[in-house]
Design a protein around this ligand. Sequence first.
Ligand SMILES: NC(=O)c1ccc[n+]([C@@H]2O[C@H](COP(=O)([O-])OP(=O)(O)OC[C@H]3O[C@@H](n4cnc5c(N)ncnc54)[C@H](O)[C@@H]3O)[C@@H](O)[C@H]2O)c1
Length: 405
Amino acid sequence: MMIDQAKVRVLLLESIHRDAVSRLEAEGYSVESVRNALDESELLERIPGVHLLGIRSKTKVTAKVLEAADSLVAVGAFCIGTDQIDLHAASAAGIAVFNAPFSNTRSVVELAIAEIISMTRRLTEKNALMHEGVWDKSADGAHEIRGRRLGIVGYGNIGTQLSVLAENLGMHVSFYDTADKLALSNAHRCASIEELLETSDVVTLHVDGRPGNAGFFGAEQFKRMKPGALFLNLSRGIVVDHVALRDALTSGHIAGAAVDVFPKEPKGRGDEFVSELRGLPNVILTPHIGGSTEEAQSDIGDFVANKLAHFVQDGNTTLSVNLPGVALPEQSGMSRIVHVHINTPGVLAQVNSILAQHHVNVEGQLLSTRGEYGYLITDIGGPYADDVLEQLRSMEQTVRLRVLS
Ligand SMILES: NC(=O)c1ccc[n+]([C@@H]2O[C@H](COP(=O)([O-])OP(=O)(O)OC[C@H]3O[C@@H](n4cnc5c(N)ncnc54)[C@H](O)[C@@H]3O)[C@@H](O)[C@H]2O)c1
């Protein structure tokens, strides 16, 4: 497959930042931007003929959508999480997926800090009373965060940065992660999630959205938390049982909660937000805005758009979520063949044997593999017969072949 740069069609959903639109238009691509998410049937109608698809967290890119995507080469997730995309089906179709793993980390951390302080001082209640004309100057139930223990579940990009900032504010930090993680500064690594729950004044979730995490935090975990502790979830809605959270709050066992992500979120502006957590005191509800700052959105827009453009032009897959990462510097006057294949022994030898049989000289070549798949970039200096591509395409391991020039 060879894409004419001037004919690259891009479909961006969910109000992706204008910086991404400008970056892709600057490449000469035709960009269509849609404000809301699309459901599967809408996406099935719109996807044929699209080369690059940009989504945020709401659009589900299913195997069925990918099957209907006759021209798609890459999907850009203009967010951190990619569990809304069927990555297995994308790899099997040779479609690269990119995201922005670091762009909004700081924004999420700052919101978490603001919420920890707000709940510890019971600001939402004071604020609500003031708006009702009630002047309640009491210090009852209001605390400093200094000296309190923050328990971070999930010590990844966000968890670690929160750990550092919280310590700088005078909090003690514990964390629990299923993977081996280096403790930053004075943070204490808990041997079990139970240890963290039983010893923390504030518990905050920053785990990823892998399927095994669905509903992993429920009645049993809330019960384990210290009486009067606070709870935050700014990770993924599916990880928390909201009925159990409501019960823990109404019984008074949990003193407050801040929730930014929900198992079912409205699709667009104006749709009603339905939740068991509405109307509870000292509960901060926000519409999945942890990463939504102008700074983060601009950075995400730029970062993912760059990845998509480089993939179309150079075939570079650095930081791809699903394909092996390969980056070969661009060389002028070369043809570049990019080859996604099933990772079995002898593929490289077979490709080079086809090239050698046709007297094609290889000027540069880089291969990387990742699990089931391999990705090979080959630069060729001179002209070559169409038969070369036909033979490469008909290799039984070939998943997808693209020619860039
Ligand atoms: N609210 C928002 O707007 C917003 C913005 C950005 C990211 N997020 C979400 O925040 C979460 C964290 O993002 P990140 O960039 O730090 O991810 P990350 O992948 O860097 O870190 C996740 C960490 O959680 C750990 N983990 C996974 N399951 C676990 C479990 N059951 N128990 C303990 N540890 C577990 C992983 O080992 C990893 O270290 C993601 O779910 C992401 O989707 C939300």
